[in-house]
Write a protein that binds this ligand. Sequence first.
Ligand code: ZN
Length: 303
Amino acid sequence: MIKQRTIKKAIKARGIGIHSGVMINMTLIPAEIDHGVVFRRLDVGGKLIRAHNAFVNEAILSTSIENKGVKISTIEHLMSAFSALGIDNVLVELDSFEVPIMDGSSAPFIFLVQSAGIEEQDAHKNFFVINDTIRVENNDSWAQVTPYDGFKVTLEIDFNHKKVKESGQNLSIDFAQKSYLKEISRARTFGYMRDVKSMQENNLALGASMDNAIALSDDDVLNEDGMRYENEFVKHKILDIVGDLYLLGANLIGHYEGYKTGHLLNDQLLSTIFERPDTWSIETFESEDSPILFYSEDWQNSL
Ligand SMILES: [Zn+2]
C-alpha cells in the first residue's frame, strides 16, 4: 500500500521572518498517523493551527492561517516542501507568527526534511482525487482543477517586466515525469526593489533582502549572482501553487491550470472545491507502481 509519511526525528532551523525582520526558531517534530500538518505557536501558549483551507484567513502577499485569533503567516513554501516529499504528519513549532523565509525558495525546507529523514507509517495515505472540473475566475485571471491520472500544474503568468518576459511566462509540469526537487524547489520569490523600499517605510517586509528574493529594478535583476533557473519566476509561482494546494489536507490527484493566479485565487479555488463535495473523493492506493503515484522519483529517492 502507499503509506502515510512523517519525519524520523525532530529537527530545528532558524531564520529571519520576512514581515518582522526578527530571527525565528522553528522545529519540525514527527507526528502520529492521521495527525496532518499542524502548526504550534510557542510564543502564545502553544496554540495549535491546522494547515487546512478551513483556517486560511489571509492570502494577499502570502498565505496565512488563523485559529481563534492566533495566526501563522507565510506558510506556503514550507507547505510546498511537505507536499513535494509527501509528508502527511508533522508538527511545526514556531516562536513567532511567521515561518522563516530562509532563501525565499523551498529548497532549505526540503533539505531540513531530508536531513531529519522520512519515515513511512503503517496506514494508508489519503489522496485528494478530483473527479470533476472546478473553476474560479476573478476579472481576467482564473484557476481550475480537472481530473487527471497524476499531479500536473500548468500556469501562465503575465508580469510586465523585461526579464520575466524573456525568461518565459508559462510552464506545464507533470510531477510524475519531472522532479520537483530538481526543477522547482530552488526557485525564489521575486519583487520590485522599489515596492520593498516603500513597504519597509511602512514597517512591512522588514526581513526582505536579496538573500531571500530576486530583486527587480525597472528592467533588470539586481542580485549579483543572477538567476537559479532561466525561468525562475514562473517556477516560483508553481512552487507557491503546490504549497497552496496542500491546504486541501492531502496530496492532490488532478490537473491544476491557472492564468495570472495568486494565493487569493488559490484560496477561492480550494474553498469552492470544499463547497462541492460531489466533485472529489478521498482515496487510498495499494500499488507502489500505481500510475497515479505522482512525484514518484522524488518520493522513492527520498526514503
Ligand atoms: Zn512564494
